[in-house]
Design a protein around this ligand. Structure first.
Ligand SMILES: [Zn+2]
Length: 339
């Protein structure tokens, strides 16, 4: 019996030594110390022992039981510590690892240039005005001194909704709406989409953006126009930019001019960007035609004003050296992410 007990002890300690987890320990406890366990089975045979042997074997059995229990406890805390260590290792954060960059998106290049232009004019005391994209013929043409059958209508291929409603071909109609409702002094810029039935190519799009500007007050002169435009263009393209004005014709301004800037690509020496001329045409402008002021109920004998208009895409293409207008509308993130 004594031998049997010693055998149980040896095999129990072996099993415990190789137990890999808490489940294996519990299995071993049941196998050796449980109600139907090996040690219990041996003790059940104690009745056959002599009175002399019984206490000795009993003491030995108790000793073996507590030895096995001790081993189980020790192993249990060992396994728990190992588990804790593995868990900590898995959860550890290496603060020296580079972060994961979250792509947050960014402003469209046209929006950036538009904001830039707006801020420049707001800094000069201008306000932002808006008008409808679907516009009456009257505001888009007639009030701007472009009556029916006027040749200027042919230069703007117009989308007609019906006989007297159009998709606006220019933001100039907003000037009229503002002048009808506002007593001078007026200082506004009017940014917005305009529509022309042009075929899409590298420099034309049936939808593009214009920014219209208007100043009306007593004693406004061509010198105010030139100063404002020059300040704006230098702000946008850099202080070293040269600006020149060429006489031009628009029905709604008199006199009219086009403003050119020295080429941002070659600085004026001549290159493919400026077609060898050293200058790039950037906007149209002029003194508001007296007839237009009168159309809006502003007395041209008392007030004068100037207006200007430019295409946002053209400005952005120049600023960022982009050679195809279609890139703005294709929404290719590889392109849009460069600005
Ligand atoms: Zn050039």
């Amino acid at each position: 019996m004594k031998e049997k007990l010693e055998q149980i002890k040896t095999s129990a300690l072996d099993v415990l030594k190789s137990a890999a987890d808490i489940d294996a320990l519990e299995e071993a406890r049941i196998r050796f110390l449980g109600k139907k366990g090996e040690l219990t089975a041996v003790l059940k045979g104690m009745g056959q022992l002599s009175a002399e042997e019984r206490p000795k074997i009993g003491a030995l059995a108790n000793e073996i039981r507590s030895s096995i229990e001790n081993h189980i406890d020790t192993k249990k805390s060992e396994l728990a510590a190992k588990l804790e260590e593995a868990k900590l290792k898995a959860e550890v954060i290496d603060v020296t690892m580079p972060g994961k960059v979250q792509h947050t998106g960014e402003l469209h290049p046209l929006t950036k240039v538009m904001n830039n232009i707006k801020n420049t004019f707001i800094g000069m005391g201008f306000e932002i005005a808006e008008g409808p994209d679907v516009e009456l013929d009257y505001y888009n043409f007639e009030a701007l001194n472009i009556p029916p059958n006027h040749p200027a209508r042919d230069t703007q291929d117009t989308f007609y909704i019906n006989d007297n409603t159009v998709l606006r071909t220019q933001t100039s109609g907003i000037q009229i709406r503002v002048m009808e409702k506002t007593k001078p002094p007026i200082r506004i810029i009017a940014p917005g989409k305009v529509y022309r039935s042009d075929a899409l190519d590298a420099t034309h799009s049936p939808v593009f953006h214009q920014i219209e500007g208007l100043v009306v007050d007593k004693g406004v002169t061509m010198a105010d126009l030139k100063g404002t435009i020059e300040t704006f263009l230098k702000e946008l393209y850099g202080e070293s930019t040269k600006v020149r004005f060429r006489p031009h014709h628009f029905p709604f301004t008199e006199p009219s001019a086009e403003a050119d800037i020295s080429c941002f690509s070659c600085g004026g020496k001549g290159c493919s960007m400026c077609k060898g001329e050293g200058w790039i045409e950037i906007l149209g402008c002029g003194m508001v035609h007296p007839k237009v002021l009168a159309n809006c109920g502003i007395d041209p004998e008392v007030y004068s004003g100037f207006a200007f208009g430019m295409g946002l895409e053209r400005v952005a293409m120049g600023k960022y050296d982009i050679n195809d207008i279609r890139l703005f509308f294709e929404n290719d993130l590889r392109f849009l992410g460069q600005f």
